[in-house]
Design a protein around this ligand. Structure first.
Ligand SMILES: [Zn+2]
Length: 482
């Protein structure tokens, strides 16, 4: 590569890089929390927070008097909606390393009848559950929404997980106000989650409806504010993500979180539902983690915008999955992510493999035509081939910046000796965009999720990745002699 850009051409590329940095700082648009007077068919954060205010007055751990008051409140509220709540009692225990938890739990289970099941009273078991055993195929067309109502002994649990209960109550109300859904919607308010997912265990072990949900949507928090994110799914998630993409165009989700979460020891009720064979998605907000599991987890600290986002997921997805057949769906995982300028981008992992092969071939060509600068790209492409098999959900973070770099090297290698501003310079500038627009926002959210120190290895890896992928532009800007 012996081409040299004119000063104007080099300045154009430098300006473009500055522009990408600025654009990478733009946050996602967020919804306005709806007031208590919002239309009845809409989800209102204000109405949901009224429930949280009633629930999160004091700590209400399992087997406390306050716990029983909260239980009665939730039962009363579901009964007011005409959903005939049942209390499922049972004992469970768990040992996780050094942690041991046990107790008697009281899950609150309600059902909104779908049009396909009209005729069955809402408090009777489904007719065919006796034929289902643990080895049977699970899942039918019911949609299950889940949250837990017990708190830790130290805090009132407004975020964790009073808000989840408020979201479910407000969603049940909004669903009843709208046209009836085809499928049943089950509302499961579990107990004893903080003591070791006890309520979820009792539900999946004994409840006659345990194999009915075709999809479970679980609502949690590790803090009191921040963007509500869909952070975990069951395997073969492409159909779930397609549903999310259609039902909630503004959804915030990344398959990087899916890959991280399935390698971490953290558990929520969804862990138990997934172990029982149910398909599902998990939603949470995680900012202000210093309030998590403390006396500061109060309604005053709870961000209504986060609650509105959780409610948007709950209501839109209940309506979406509530009107579709859920028993048959194609296998396969998806790669998915959002940018500040697009709604959720989704493609199957098969496509990620094809992209990796194309990028590797391109990097080979870049090394052949472009000289030394192709070598780091070729090495990164080989790593990417490994990554797309080991953790396909992470691959997009390498794939698109790398593809940009490979195209930029090929453009440089095939250019005339003197480079003036024109389509080729514009294309080279554009090739740097994926690096900034995908990597920087992801790293910022990982710093929030993992804390700055925990994210240090990620920061180092991201810096190396950015540097390699920006080599063509850096070389173009710095080269002044042939
Ligand atoms: Zn929780």
């Amino acid at each position: 590569m012996k081409t040299v850009g004119t000063p104007a051409a080099r300045l154009t590329v430098a300006f473009a890089l500055a522009l990408w940095i600025a654009l990478s700082q733009i946050p996602h648009p967020r919804p306005v929390p709806l007031p208590a007077g919002a239309p009845a068919t809409e989800f209102s954060a204000a109405r949901a927070i009224e429930h949280v205010r009633a629930i999160a007055q004091k700590p209400h751990p399992l087997e406390s008097a306050e716990h029983d008051r909260v239980r009665d409140y939730i039962v009363h509220e579901f009964a007011k909606l005409g959903l005939a709540p049942n209390i499922q009692t049972g004992y469970a225990e768990i040992t996780l390393g050094k942690f041991h938890g046990s107790g008697n739990v009281q899950n609150i289970v309600s059902r909104l009848l779908g049009a396909d099941n009209a005729g069955f009273p809402s408090n009777t078991p489904f007719p065919d559950v006796k034929n289902r055993g643990d080895g049977d195929r699970v899942g039918s067309d019911a949609v299950m929404l889940a949250a837990h109502y017990d708190s830790v002994p130290r805090g009132p649990g407004a975020g964790d997980d009073g808000h989840g209960v408020g979201v479910l109550l407000e969603t049940a109300r909004a669903l009843r106000a709208g046209p009836p859904l085809r499928n049943d919607v089950i509302f499961l308010i579990t107990d004893g989650e903080e003591r070791g997912l006890l309520g979820a265990q009792v539900f999946m072990r004994e409840h006659p409806w345990r194999f009915r949900p075709g999809v479970v949507l679980n609502f949690e928090a590790r803090g009191t504010s921040g963007e509500a994110v869909m952070f975990e799914t069951s395997t073969d998630n492409e159909w779930l993500i397609r549903g999310l993409q259609s039902a909630v165009p503004d959804a915030v989700a990344t398959s990087v979180a899916y890959e991280i979460y399935r390698r971490m020891p953290n558990n929520t009720d969804l862990t138990i539902f997934k172990r029982g064979g149910l398909a599902g998605m998990n939603f949470a907000f995680i900012e202000h983690p210093e309030y998590y599991h403390t006396a500061q987890d109060t309604v005053e600290h709870l961000d209504p915008v986060s609650v509105q986002e959780q409610g948007r997921y709950a209501l839109s997805l209940a309506r979406w999955f509530g009107n579709r057949g859920l028993t048959v769906h194609p296998p396969g995982d998806a790669v998915y992510f959002t940018t500040a300028f697009t709604s959720l981008i989704v493609y199957p992992t098969k496509f990620a493999v094809i992209l990796a092969v194309l990028t590797l071939l391109g990097a080979g060509a870049a090394t052949w035509r472009g000289g030394w600068i192709g070598v780091p790209l070729l090495l990164l492409s080989s790593f990417h081939m490994w990554l797309v098999n080991a953790a396909p959900g992470i691959s997009y973070i390498v794939a698109w910046p790398l593809l940009g770099a490979v195209i930029a090297v090929i453009l440089l290698a095939t250019a005339p000796p003197v480079f003036r501003p024109g389509w080729r310079v514009a294309a080279i500038a554009l090739c740097a965009a994926p690096g900034f627009l995908l990597i920087i926002p992801l790293v910022s959210s990982l710093i929030v999720a993992l804390s700055f120190r925990g994210a240090a290895p990620v920061l180092a890896a991201a810096a190396i990745l950015m540097l390699i992928c920006l080599l063509p532009q850096l070389q173009f800007m710095l080269r002044t002699k042939t």
